[in-house]
Design a binder for this molecule. Structure first.
Ligand SMILES: [Zn+2]
Length: 75
């Protein structure tokens, strides 16, 4: 699908422009950014730690477990 005009089917031009700016800021293509946003297992998704209730990014959860709950990771 050609990039020009793709947004007119689904979102406002202003939204598309912001999506494109976000993609550019992250060094991704628009397609990659949208896929990242759509993927529930994305590393940037926020999870709630089931031990302490803290909100932790999925990508940081292993580190959180190791630093905050070191005893639970050795089981
Ligand atoms: Zn925790």
């Amino acid at each position: 699908m050609p990039e020009r005009g793709w947004y007119s089917l689904t979102v406002r031009e202003e939204t598309a422009r912001r999506v494109r700016e976000q993609a550019k800021a992250k060094g991704l293509t628009v397609d990659e950014l949208i896929n990242e946003l759509m993927t529930p297992t994305s590393r940037s998704v926020w999870l709630t730690c089931n031990l302490c209730g803290a909100r932790v990014k999925a990508g940081n959860m292993p580190k959180h477990m190791a630093v905050v709950h070191p005893k639970t990771t050795t089981k």
